[in-house]
Design a protein around this ligand. Structure first.
Ligand SMILES: [Zn+2]
Length: 198
């Protein structure tokens, strides 16, 4: 780190091969470096010296986050030339993360059939904000989004009722309401409810 500071203070040479070996990795970023109170930055990111890199990785991964999440956190704040590779390697070695991945495999994205008319099939998802319950509805035909205050959150039938009242101010009662039931986060399950035939 001292060599890098020196090079920064003296000024970069004209060609890369004139740069000391320990600093050569920074050649491509030399225009982005600044020194502030003895700390080197690459734009807004602090350049982390060798001796602190393992500790930084350990902190980024302290809650066993995956590679992408760790990288997102890191890329906002810190930098060293081989950071991405080292973070990826550290996460790949983590047994806790590996176990979690096996227990919770990611489901592939699934596309749905586009209905023939608007509001014949809607997606519904309840949520709370400032002690009030709401439901967000998405029409599968148009992707139109509607948010409504929900008075009864205890049952899927309440949800269905709300859907019937709100979305259908415009058009007929949906024939299908697809929603995530808010029992608890663990037992969330996807339900497809048929509403009464009209
Ligand atoms: Zn871990």
């Amino acid at each position: 780190m001292q060599a890098l500071k020196n090079t920064f203070l003296i000024g970069w040479p004209d060609t890369k091969d004139q740069v000391p070996l320990t600093v050569r990795d920074y050649w491509n970023f030399r225009e982005e470096l600044t020194l502030n109170n003895g700390v080197l930055f690459k734009n807004q990111r602090i350049i982390i010296p060798h001796c602190l890199r393992s500790e930084m990785i350990a902190r980024l991964h302290s809650s066993h986050l995956g590679t992408e999440a760790c990288l997102r956190k890191a890329r906002d704040r810190i930098f060293w030339p081989d950071m991405t590779t080292q973070i990826k390697e550290a996460v790949a070695k983590c047994e806790v993360w590996a176990e979690y991945q096996t227990a919770n495999p990611q489901q592939p994205m699934q596309t749905h059939k586009i209905p023939e008319r608007p509001w014949t099939r809607v997606g519904a998802d309840p949520f709370s904000l400032h002690s009030k319950d709401y439901i967000v509805l998405v029409d599968y035909y148009s992707d139109f989004v509607e948010v409504d205050l929900l008075k009864n959150t205890n049952s899927v039938f309440g949800v269905r009722h709300t859907v019937g009242v709100s979305a259908c101010n415009i058009l007929p009662v949906p024939s299908k309401v697809q929603c995530k039931r808010r029992v608890s986060r663990k037992s969330r399950e996807e339900l497809v409810q048929e509403s009464p035939a009209r």
